[in-house]
Design a protein. Sequence first.
Length: 66
Amino acid sequence: MCLVFVCDEDERVLQRQAAPGACPYCGGLVQALDMESQWRFCFVPLYFKTKRRYYCTLCTRRLIIQ
């Protein structure tokens, strides 16, 4: 008997917009991305979550807002 579990996570960008401030590493512009993540088990969607992430446009680092 063989059991195979197929799990997958898919992320896609919903929206991009300019955010106020500058990157603390290089001084570049900050961009806010609204991301939607979707977990699937055997091609059946189980979980949806929308989150906002911040990235620098010059050095492409992910910035964490505290």
